[in-house]
Design a protein around this ligand. Structure first.
Ligand code: BES
Ligand code: MN
Ligand code: ZN
Length: 586
C-alpha cells in the first residue's frame, strides 16, 4: 500500500496557478465534423483546435500548448498526453503540466479516466523528487459522475504507487494529492480511500508467494481486520467439525490435512445501532493453491494458482472497508472456506460420491473442479443465517476467461440484484459482463450415477462458467437471491500481478444499498445510472479505518510464515526474489 500515507485534499484554486510538483489536466476531443459538412476551415486542420479545454489558459501558456499540440499532433484523443514545463514566461504553478486526452466527452467511461490518470501519474512519478500532484477532475457526464471522477482519481494514485510486499524497492511515495474541483466531496473521498485500500489489500494477499501462503495467512488477516473494529471474526479450525458440517468442502481439504488443515472463517459487520435493514452474505473462494489435485494441472497451467484465493481476499478486504466506513443500514457477513487443493494419499479421487451440507450428493468427476466443492457448502452455511441475498466471488473457471476475457463474469438467479451490482461496479470503472445461467445449466450438472444428485463438471463441454455457477447456487434454495462473480480472467494481469479487481464492485454495491436504505454516516456516491432496491428471487433458469497491522510476512524474514504481524508501513523487501515462471493460463 504505497500510497497509504498520501494526503488527499480538495482545492478550487485556478489549476495552472496551483503550486505542486505536477499538474494533470484532462481534456476532451471535439466530436469529428459530420462527413457531409463543408470543407475544413484552417483552424480545424490544427489538431489543438479540436480540443475542449476545461480551463481558461493565460495567453502565453495557451500559445505554448497550441504550438506543442500542433507539433505532436495532440488532439485530445484517448490516451495521448502532452507535457509542458514550468517557465518564467508561462507562469505555471506546477513544475510540470501533463495534459491527458480522454477522447470524446460523451464516450468517456470511469475506467478510461482511471487508466489515463494512472498513465499521467506514472510518467510524473518517474521524475526526480516528485512529491505532490494536483489533478483537475474531469467534468461530470452521464457516464462519469462527479463522485466517480473523485473515486477513480484516488484509485489511480493507489494503482500508480502500488508495489507488492515482495518488491525489491518500495513504491514511489507521494506526500500530497490535490483534487481540483469546485466542490469538496469529503465523503466520496473517504470512501474512495477505503475502496483503494481494500483493493491494495487484495493485491497484497494475492501477490504473496505460494510457498509462504497458508490458510493461516487468511485467518491472521481476518483477525487483523477484527482488531479494534466493528467486525466480529469467527474461525472454525477443527477438521472434525468441518468433516461433519461441511463434508464437500472437507473433501477438497483431504489433500492437505497434515500440512495445512482447512479453516472456515467468517467475519460479521453490523452497525452499532443494531438497526440494520438488510442482511447480505459474501462468500469468497479461498483455495490457497490449486494444483488440480490427482487430475493435476499440466505444466504452466498451475502457474498463477496462488491467486485461487482471490475471492477470499476480496471478502476480507470488503470487511476492512466496512470497518472503516461503518454503513448504518446494512449487516454483512463474509465467509471463507479456506484450503489448498493438493495431493496426498487420502486426497479426493474421481468417481467418489460425497455429501454436502445442503443434503445433495455430489459426484466428483474432476479433482480440479474443487472451487465449487468448497463454495457449495459455504453458500449453505451463509444461507443458514437467512441473509436477503448472497454474493459469491471466485476464480472459478477457465471457461469464464474464455467467455469474457479479463472482465468479471457476473451471473446469478436474480436479474435485479445482478443489475444493481453491475451498475455499482461500472461506476467504479470495473470491467463487468453479465452472463445468464439457464435451466439447461442446472440440467447439465445432474449426475447420471445412481447415488449422486449433482456432478462437479458439466455433462457438456460448453457453458463451463454458467454450469459452475449453477453448481455453487445449488447450495441454497431457488428463492434465495444470489449473484456470482467468476473472476478467473480478471484476477491477474498478463504479467501475473494481482489486479484487485471486483472488491470495488462489492463495496460500492454495499454502499449503494446502504444509501438507498436511508444513508446515514456513510452515504454512498451516486452511481452513474439509476439503481433499484427490489430484490425478488426469480426461479432458476428465469434469469435469470483500516486496521493497524497486516499479517502478511515478507519472504525476507526467517520463518516468515509463522512470524508476527507487521505494520503495512514496515513492509520489507525480500532478500531473494521468488523464481519467475513462464505463464500460460487456462
Ligand atoms: N482455479 C481454477 C480456475 C482458474 C483457471 C482460475 C485459470 C484462474 C485461471 C479452477 O479450480 C479450475 O481448475 N477449473 C477447471 C474446471 C474444470 C476441471 C471443470 C477449469 O476451468 O478448467
Ligand atoms: Mn481447480
Ligand atoms: Zn481452483
Amino acid at each position: 500500500m504505497g500510497s497509504a500515507k498520501t494526503r488527499f485534499s480538495f482545492s478550487s484554486e485556478k489549476a495552472t496557478s496551483i503550486k505542486a510538483d505536477g499538474l494533470i489536466i484532462p481534456v476532451f476531443k471535439k466530436p469529428a465534423p459530420k462527413a457531409d459538412s463543408k470543407a475544413k476551415s484552417p483552424k480545424e486542420v490544427d489538431p489543438s483546435a479540436s480540443i475542449v479545454w476545461p480551463v481558461t489558459l493565460d495567453k502565453t501558456l495557451k500559445d505554448e500548448i497550441e504550438a506543442i499540440a500542433l507539433e505532436e499532433k495532440f488532439d485530445g484523443s484517448k490516451g495521448k498526453t502532452l507535457t509542458v514545463r514550468q517557465s518564467s514566461a508561462n507562469k505555471l504553478g506546477a513544475r510540470r503540466l501533463v495534459i491527458v486526452g480522454l477522447g470524446e466527452i460523451d464516450k468517456v467511461l470511469p475506467r478510461h479516466w482511471e487508466a489515463n490518470a494512472h498513465k499521467a501519474l506514472a510518467g510524473l512519478l518517474g521524475l526526480k523528487d516528485f512529491k505532490s500532484v494536483a489533478i483537475l477532475l474531469p467534468e461530470a457526464t452521464e457516464k462519469l459522475s462527479a463522485e466517480a471522477a473523485v473515486s477513480l482519481a484516488v484509485d489511480a494514485v493507489f494503482q500508480a504507487t502500488y508495489k507488492s510486499m515482495e518488491a525489491k524497492e518500495p513504491g514511489p511515495k507521494l506526500d500530497s494529492i490535490i483534487l481540483i474541483s469546485d466542490k469538496k466531496r469529503e465523503n466520496t473521498l473517504q470512501q474512495a480511500q477505503a475502496l483503494a485500500e481494500a483493493r491494495s489489500l487484495v493485491k497484497d494477499l494475492v501477490n504473496h508467494p505460494s510457498n509462504l501462503k497458508t490458510t493461516n495467512t487468511l485467518v491472521e488477516q481476518a483477525k487483523t481486520i477484527g482488531k479494534n473494529s466493528a467486525i466480529k471474526v469467527n474461525v472454525q479450525s477443527s477438521s472434525a467439525w468441518i468433516e461433519k458440517n461441511m463434508p464437500c468442502f472437507f473433501t477438497v481439504a483431504k489433500g492437505s490435512l497434515a500440512s495445512d488443515p482447512p479453516k472456515f472463517i467468517s467475519l460479521h459487520y453490523a452497525p452499532k445501532s443494531g438497526k440494520a435493514k438488510k442482511k447480505i452474505a459474501i462468500v469468497g473462494k479461498s483455495v490457497i493453491f490449486d494444483t488440480g489435485g490427482y487430475q493435476v494441472k499440466p505444466g504452466d497451467y498451475m502457474v498463477t494458482m496462488k491467486g485461487d484465493m482471490t475471492g477470499g481476499a476480496v471478502a476480507l478486504a470488503t470487511m476492512q472497508a466496512l470497518a472503516a466506513l461503518q454503513p448504518q443500514n446494512i449487516e454483512v457477513t463474509a465467509y471463507l472456506a479456506a484450503t489448498p487443493n493438493k495431493i496426498d494419499s487420502d486426497a479426493m479421487i474421481p468417481d467418489s460420491i460425497v455429501n454436502t451440507s445442503c443434503g445433495k450428493k455430489v459426484e466428483i468427476r474432476h479433482t480440479d473442479a474443487e472451487g465449487r466443492l468448497t463454495l457449495i457448502d459455504a453458500v449453505t452455511k451463509a444461507a443458514e443465517s437467512k441473509p436477503e441475498e448472497i454474493i459469491t466471488i471466485a476464480t472459478l473457471t477457465g471457461a469464464a476467461s474464455v467467455a469474457v476475457g479479463s472482465y468479471i463474469a457476473l451471473m446469478g438467479n436474480n436479474e435485479a440484484l445482478r443489475d444493481r451490482i453491475a451498475v455499482a461496479g461500472r461506476s467504479q470503472g470495473e470491467p463487468i459482463q453479465t452472463l445468464d445461467v439457464t435451466e439447461d445449466d442446472f440440467e447439465n450438472i445432474k449426475s447420471k450415477l445412481d447415488g449422486a444428485d449433482i456432478i462437479n463438471t458439466s455433462q457438456r463441454k460448453n457453458r463451463g462458467a454458467q454450469t459452475a455457477a449453477a453448481f455453487v447456487m445449488s447450495g441454497a434454495s431457488d428463492e434465495m437471491p444470489m449473484a456470482h462473480m467468476d473472476i478467473a480472467g480478471a484476477d491477474m494481469t498478463p504479467d501475473e500481478k494481482a489486479t484487485g479487481v471486483s472488491v470495488k464492485t462489492i463495496v460500492q454495491y454495499l454502499l449503494n444499498e446502504d444509501a438507498s436504505l436511508g444513508g446515514g454516516k456513510a452515504s454512498a456516491p451516486k452511481p452513474a445510472a439509476k439503481s433499484t432496491t427490489t430484490s425478488k428471487a426469480a426461479p432458476k433458469g428465469k434469469v435469470a479505518k483500516a486496521p493497524a497491522t497486516a499479517p502478511l510476512k515478507s519472504p525476507a524474514k526467517k520463518g516468515a510464515a509463522k512470524g508476527t504481524p507487521k505494520k503495512p508501513s514496515d513492509r520489507q523487501p525480500p532478500k531473494a526474489k521468488p523464481a519467475a515462471s513462464p505463464k500460460k493460463k487456462k
